[in-house]
Design a protein around this ligand. Structure first.
Ligand code: ADP
Length: 162
């Protein structure tokens, strides 16, 4: 039997948005299994804890087949190797994503040439969307229902006492 093709989709998911979910759904059509890897990096400041980010994701990807959620705290490329991944999935939005993603992908290839980074282009309607803007809108008591699933909307409301 051929080996299952596994891909890692790493990110902060602080919180998960429809932009992330779209990338996950499209990656599922390409690979046998997607491992969503929730990052915990001491250098980064998150609004939500690792547990909260994972819980929100779990609910948001319910019903999408061949997806599991794990977390990592060290080098992402080492986590990918440990999981037997053939590829790392990243989403690309505007040109502004490119430089950072280019550097990340080339560095990861240098560290481990066996694992390929694959970019999935955002859908036009999500090209402006990131977790940061969602948090900003929610903190100002704005409506975020076009950007995040219901469960995330609810938790954002609780967080900002809206
Ligand atoms: P990170 O801290 O690793 O950038 P994010 O949760 O912000 O974590 O993003 C994880 C991945 O999802 C990145 O590859 C990012 O480009 C992608 N992504 C986030 N939002 C969108 C979107 N609206 N459309 C396409 N890709 C997206």
């Amino acid at each position: 039997m051929a080996k299952a093709k596994i891909a890692i989709y790493p990110g902060s998911f602080d919180p998960v948005t429809y932009g992330h979910i779209d990338i996950i759904k499209r990656a599922v059509g390409i690979f046998d299994k997607i491992i969503i890897a929730v990052g915990e990096n001491s250098q980064k400041k998150y609004l939500f804890s690792l547990k909260e980010r994972t819980m929100m994701l779990k609910e948001a990807v319910k019903g999408i087949g061949s997806v599991s959620i794990e977390h990592f705290s060290g080098l992402m490329i080492d986590f990918a190797e440990k999981k037997g991944a053939a590829a790392i999935i990243r989403g690309l939005r505007a040109v502004s994503d490119f430089e950072h993603e280019f550097q990340l992908a080339l560095t990861n290839r240098r560290l481990n040439p066996k694992i390929e980074t694959i970019f999935i282009m955002t859908r036009g309607k999500y090209c402006y969307l990131n977790s940061g803007i969602v948090k900003e809108i929610a903190s100002l008591k704005g409506k975020v229902s076009d950007f995040v699933p219901k469960n995330v909307e609810k938790i954002l409301k609780e967080k900002f006492n809206a």
